[in-house]
Design a protein around this ligand. Structure first.
Ligand code: FES
Length: 282
């Protein structure tokens, strides 16, 4: 017997199998949706009861891994934390793969360009004390204020939703895009990092932050509350200050290991994880 409040919702799903189809097309599936059912569960229902060939990417099922990004009623978001009744309109739910990427099959985008750009912009801490990094004697010192400079950007799960929403990436495939740039800023501003000059050289090109028109769509759709548009504007500020020889990053000495006399207990002032930006999620 169906749960109370169950209603039928038509999933209009974009299908494409490059081995079989000349072009993508839409296929309708009627799914009984009880209250609380998420889009991912609706896709599982279709796969188990109607068409076992329907393909998408999934792993954690809890908004952590970034695998299940897709276009749901026109908005890039995560299928695993989007409730169907929150987004279906007049009993209809449009489901398509993330735009701005090639499609491998059905709802599976090729996120290779995202990860290539991400790795190109050095998303890691660079230091010269390799022995300390290999065999740490203690933690590198970082104040709570230093941490807050980049903390929110660490919540990125690389789902690709920001890239799918970006109008610049949509029209200029050479643009680095909001996800890689936000992560480059996250490491650029980290007080433990010593690679400002190397990153600056990479970012100076036409594919860097100057291509951003500040549409802000990346921040509007991020399912983790990250604000890539802000990161890119702050990155521009740092680069301008550096050009004017007023920036601090060029002269910054990467934070060292915390001296014993400065060790403290748990740091104060570090906020909790920000709320999800998707209404009703979390
Ligand atoms: S399945 Fe991991 S974020 Fe959705």
């Amino acid at each position: 017997m169906a749960n109370e409040g169950t209603t039928n919702v038509i999933f209009r799903v974009r299908r494409y199998d490059p081995d079989r189809d000349a072009a993508p097309y839409y296929q309708d599936f009627t799914v009984p949706v009880p209250p609380g059912m998420v889009v991912l569960e609706g896709l599982w229902y279709i796969k188990e009861h109607m068409d076992a060939t329907l393909s998408w990417r999934v792993s954690c099922r809890m908004g952590v891994c970034g695998s299940c990004g897709m276009l749901i009623n026109g908005s890039p978001t995560l299928a695993c934390n989007t409730q169907i009744h929150d987004v279906a309109r007049d009993g209809l739910l449009m489901v398509a793969p993330l735009p701005n990427f090639d499609i491998i099959r059905d709802l599976v985008p090729d996120l290779g360009p995202l990860f290539d750009r991400h790795s190109h912009l050095m998303p890691f801490i660079v230091r010269e004390d390799h022995d300390e990094m290999q065999e740490p004697s203690d933690q590198y010192w970082q104040s709570a204020d230093d941490l807050l400079e980049y903390l929110q950007f660490t919540y990125c799960i690389k789902c690709g939703c920001c890239m799918a929403a970006c109008p610049t990436f949509a029209t200029d495939p050479t643009y680095s895009g909001p996800q890689p740039l936000a992560q480059a800023y996250r490491y650029m501003i980290d007080s433990r990092d010593g690679a400002f000059e190397e990153r600056k050289a990479i970012l100076a090109g036409e594919a860097g932050p100057w291509r951003c028109h500040y549409a802000g769509e990346c921040s509007a759709v991020c399912p983790k509350g990250v604000d890539p548009a802000r990161a890119i504007q702050l990155m521009k500020r740092e680069l301008v200050l550096d050009y004017l020889r007023l920036g601090k990053l060029r002269r910054r000495k990467p934070a060292g290991v915390l001296p014993p006399e400065k060790k403290r207990g748990r740091r104060e002032g570090i906020p909790e994880h920000p709320p999800f930006t998707v209404e009703g999620a979390g």
